[in-house]
Each structure stands twice: as C-alpha cells, then as structure tokens.
Design a protein around this ligand. Structure first.
Ligand SMILES: *Cc1c(COP(=O)(O)O)cnc(C)c1O
Length: 565
C-alpha cells in the first residue's frame, strides 16, 4: 500500500483543493487544477512528491441553472472507497480543546508515462468524532470562517502529523496557497528549543530551521482570496497551539493572515507569473518573491485529435513539450482538420447539454472561468448595440461556462446577466452557457472554440491557465495584458492583446470590440481568401506558448530552485 512510497524522502505538497480526475470533485477552479497538473507532471518526471489535501466528501458543488440564469448549488458527493484506500494511521488535532481524529485515504495518481504519486486525502468522518466534527472535511470552501479555520487545522497540522505517523520522511514542504500555512506552526512546535536553550527575549522556536523547510506559492492578489482569522476565533478554536503573542508576530497583529504567516515562515516564496510576483512584492514589502509562471499538463489538456497529431510529428512531446516549437512546420491541413474535429465535438456537446445548435462554419468565441467579479465575464457585453453591429458584419458564436461560489452574490449576478444577454442577442449571436463547468467540459471547450477570451480586471489575474490549455489545442487567446498573457502574447503571432499593459482598464471594452471587429474576425474570414494566416496564428499558439507554458517546465523550476537548495 503506502509502504512503497515511504522508502524515499519526498516533497510534501499541501493544497486545500486538487483536481485529480473529473469524477473526484475535490477542486473548485484553477488552484486545484494547477495542483493536479503539478502532481501529474511530478509523476511523469518521477519526482518524489506526496500531496496532502482534504477528502471533501460532498465536493465543491454541482451547479444547476434555471431558465432565468439563477444558480442552484447541489451537493456533489463522491465515494472515496471507489478511488482510494483507507490508511491505517490515525492522528488527532486540537480543535476547541477537543481531540479531533483524522485519518487519510491514499489515492494513487498515475502519470501519463510510468510514474505514480501518492495523494493523501484527510478525513474526519470517524466514529471517534462528534457529529459536527465528522463534517469538517465535507464541503470544499463551504461554511463560515470558523468552519474554514477547522478545515485548515486539519489540512496543515493534521496533514503534517499524518505524514509523520505514516512514516514519510519529508525533505521540503510546499504550501500551495496560504490555506495550509498552519503546517508551519506544527513544524515550529517540532523545532522548539528546550527551556534552558532559550536566551532572554529570543524566540522559543528555531524559526530559521522551519523556514529552511518551507516553500510557499501565493496565487492571488485578490483580498478575499487570503484567509484572515480574528484572534478571538483563533484563541477559541486553536487555543494556545502557538502562543498568541508569537502568532501575532508571525501572522499580523490585527488578524491571523494566512498569507503573511506563510510568507514569514518560508525561505522560498513565489508568485505565479512575472507581473504577479511584482504585485505581491508591493503587497508584502520586505520579502523576496520569486516568480515561476504557471503551466498546464500537456496530455491532460490536449484533445485526442491533437494528441494524435503531436504523437505523429513530435514523439516524446508529453515528456518534452519543448518539441512543440517545431509546430510551425506541420502541414496546415493537418492542424485545421484536427481543429475541425475538436470543434465538431464541442458543437455536439453544446447541443446535448443545452439544445443550442451552433453553426459548424461560424467561428466560436469561448469564455469559461470561475464566475467572480474581477474575471469580468460581462466585459464582452458592455455595449450590446456595438456587439450586435460587429456580429452583423462578420458573424460569430459564443460559448460560456463557470460556477460562482455559493456566497459570491456578484458572481451569481454575472451568471444571470449572461443569461439575459443570451436572450437579448437571440437571432443575432448564437450563444450557449454550459452548466457545471468541470475538467472535461473545460477540455471540450478550450479545444473546440476558435478564440479563447480572457478579460480580467488588471492586476487581479495572478496567472490564469485556461488560455495555456487553449494553446495546446491551437486556439489563440484574445486577452487583457495581465497574468501570464503579458508573457505569452505576441501580437498577431500567438493571439491578440486587449488594451495595453498599463494600469488603466478604462478602455478595455472599446479595445476588445476594436480588436474583434478589425483584426480577429477579418483574419478568421481570410482577407486574402485563404486561411493560411489564421492557421499561422494557431501554430504560433502551439509553437511559442504550449512549448513553454506547461507544467513540466514549471515543476522542473520548482525542483531546481525551491526543492533542491
Ligand atoms: C483551467 C480551469 C480553471 C482555471 O481557469 P483560469 O483561466 O485560470 O481562470 C478553472 N476551472 C476549470 C474546470 C479549469 O479546467
């Protein structure tokens, strides 16, 4: 069972969410997909990792949408016994003065070559625990602040303790976002000085030692993405796990800021794109912030027709996606036919899920993301008259998808607004909204559309990864210059920019319309009567972006810059 995995020292990768496969609903969005891709690439490179996350028995939620665009959240329960084996070890964590018992499930993630990685999913649904405590690992990002703090105690402290109880030797810890930062407190307690070793006024813990073991990736400059817990709550729930004055020194005086705690206790900290690292340095002055731009897993995010094409032209591309730099030399017809097959599949899926019949020859714009205000799913609909004008000159179709967090009223209103626009545009622009965005819908969508749209509010998109997935399928992005797109956009070569890289977002909608009307659609329909120029951009997306923005490059950088130091 897990005994195969403890023979070697490992890097422990902690993440609140992780996208293992489509029918395991332990993820909510890009953060979880990135965690999954990191593990998949780790397996392909046979790097010794072990992932730790929560079992989230009720998943995130299954999205249903009524005809007016109102989102309903249904539980998305899954059965761990089908995908994982229960581990024998059992440990307890302190919550509200009680011992709450935690066990783990072992899911073995198989890479796309021969490698495997152990994933430990923490579970409090045990007979030893009270009815309430058994629910702590039920709902991903569910409940209130108190529920979240309890989950983070289980993840950080419970995860570290369970690894130890299982016999893992951990060489480095990697915190994927601040949710797991309490793990560093557990490490502090393991590296406390004896009373006679503490010099007057100095720390009772060997802080430099703990720092040398911890790595932290921050994922968002959006304030609500950083958990903060009031000290009254912390005192009540966590007690004196680490003395409150010490905690205030590490995690902030007003509230326990999990991002600050992770910054403070990690020697290696990084943002997920160059711009995001700069923005993080501004928000957290005084720390060294590296940048490792995100990437996506080559095979997970390439549709079967392109996999076949790449297998023919670039054997070994999954292990060495750099080979895709040669994509410029694949015959145009091969690229286009693969794309047509992917598009036909999307059109079928849209029909099956929504009844909407898209036209097979009219270009499709795609947009799918977590529905949250800063991602601005509605930017394209800022001026409906202008949008209709553009469509009447050169028609296009739109496919949308995305879930809003149950408490995100602005996000839910966005989904309603999109449904209204869909009705307003009837007869002018064919549009569909696919409910319950998940990994499989994402692959069908990003490979089957002609243009991938990305319209976040600067500088809030730390990286964004769906446009990278599109690139693997020869789909160029039309996007705001934020996150990874600042690095990935070569105008007219890999896709197109909306606006410029300045701070201002005032003219984003106008710029989007101008680009669509004057550049993107005319190119698609072929000024010169042939498609070669369009296909050249598809090839540019593959050769220049897929070859670089992949998770193998990303994890090789983590390995050489963070894990081995
Ligand atoms: C890739 C992916 C995301 C993240 O997309 P962004 O462009 O980073 O917003 C979210 N959800 C699912 C299901 C995905 O596959």
């Amino acid at each position: 069972m897990h005994s195969d995995f403890i023979l070697q020292e490992r890097i422990a990768y902690f993440s609140m969410e992780i996208a293992l496969q489509n029918d395991i609903p332990t993820y909510a969005g890009g953060l979880g997909v990135l965690a999954g891709d990191t593990l998949r690439s780790g397996a392909d490179l046979e790097l010794p990792l072990v992932a730790v996350s929560l079992v989230s028995r009720q998943g995130y939620f299954r999205q249903e949408i009524d005809s007016s665009g109102c989102q309903f959240e249904k539980p998305d329960a899954w059965d761990p016994t089908r995908y994982a084996t229960p581990l024998n070890a059992k440990i307890a964590v302190p919550i509200e003065g009680r011992e709450v018992w935690v066990r783990g499930w072992l899911h073995v993630l198989h890479g796309y070559m021969n490698g495997r990685e152990p994933v430990i999913l923490l579970d409090t649904d045990l007979d030893e625990n009270s009815a309430n405590d058994r629910r702590i690992t039920d709902r991903l990002y569910g409940g209130d602040t108190e529920y979240r703090l309890k989950q983070e105690i289980v993840l950080g402290i419970g995860g570290a303790r369970l690894l130890q109880a299982l016999g893992f030797t951990i060489r480095q810890y990697h915190m994927n976002e601040g949710h797991s930062a309490l793990l560093a407190l557990e490490l502090l307690r393991r590296h406390a000085y004896l009373p006679n070793e503490i010099r007057n006024g100095s720390s009772p813990y060997d802080v430099p030692r703990v720092r040398s073991m911890c790595n932290f990736t921050t994922h968002t400059p959006v304030e609500s993405g950083h958990d903060k817990f009031g000290y009254e709550l912390v005192q009540r729930v966590l007690g004196d796990f680490v003395e409150i004055p010490m905690l205030k020194e590490l995690g902030g005086t007003d509230a326990l800021d999990m991002t600050k705690l992770a910054f403070e206790l990690s020697d290696y900290v990084n943002g997920v794109a160059k711009r995001h690292a700069e923005v993080s340095r501004r928000f957290f002055p005084g720390y060294r912030v590296h940048s490792v731009t995100n990437g996506v897993h080559p095979c997970r995010w390439t549709c079967p027709c392109f996999v076949k094409l790449y297998d023919t032209h670039f054997p070994g591309w999954c292990h060495e996606p750099e080979l895709l730099v040669r994509a410029d030399h694949v015959p145009d017809a091969a690229i286009w036919n693969a794309h047509l097959a992917a598009r036909a599949q999307l059109i079928d899926q849209v029909k099956a899920m929504t009844g909407v019949e898209l036209h097979p020859k009219i270009p499709i714009l795609g947009f799918a993301r977590r529905m949250t205000a800063y991602k601005r799913a509605d930017l394209l609909f800022t001026d409906l008259t202008r949008l209709a004008d553009i469509a009447q000159q050169r028609s296009f179709q739109i496919v949308l998808a995305g879930k809003a967090h149950p408490n995100d009223t602005a996000g839910k209103r966005l989904i309603e607004a999109l449904h209204h626009h869909m009705r307003d545009m009837k007869g002018i622009i064919s549009m569909a909204f696919l409910p319950n965005y998940d990994l499989d819908i994402a692959l069908t969508l990003i490979s089957g559309v002609d243009v991938w749209l990305n319209t976040p509010l600067k500088p809030l998109e730390a990286s964004g990864t769906s446009g990278m997935k599109a690139a693997f399928n020869g789909v160029p992005q039309l996007g705001i210059l934020d996150g990874w797109w600042i690095e990935g956009c070569i105008e007219g070569v890999t896709g197109w920019a909306i606006g410029d890289s300045s701070q201002s977002s005032d003219n984003d909608a106008a710029s989007l319309y101008d680009k669509l009307e004057n550049v993107v659609l005319p190119l698609y329909y072929g000024y010169s009567g042939n498609q070669a120029e369009w296909i050249a951009v598809m090839k540019g997306a593959i050769s220049k972006n897929a070859s670089f923005f992949n998770s193998l490059r990303m994890i090789r950088r983590y390995a050489t810059e963070a894990y081995i130091r």
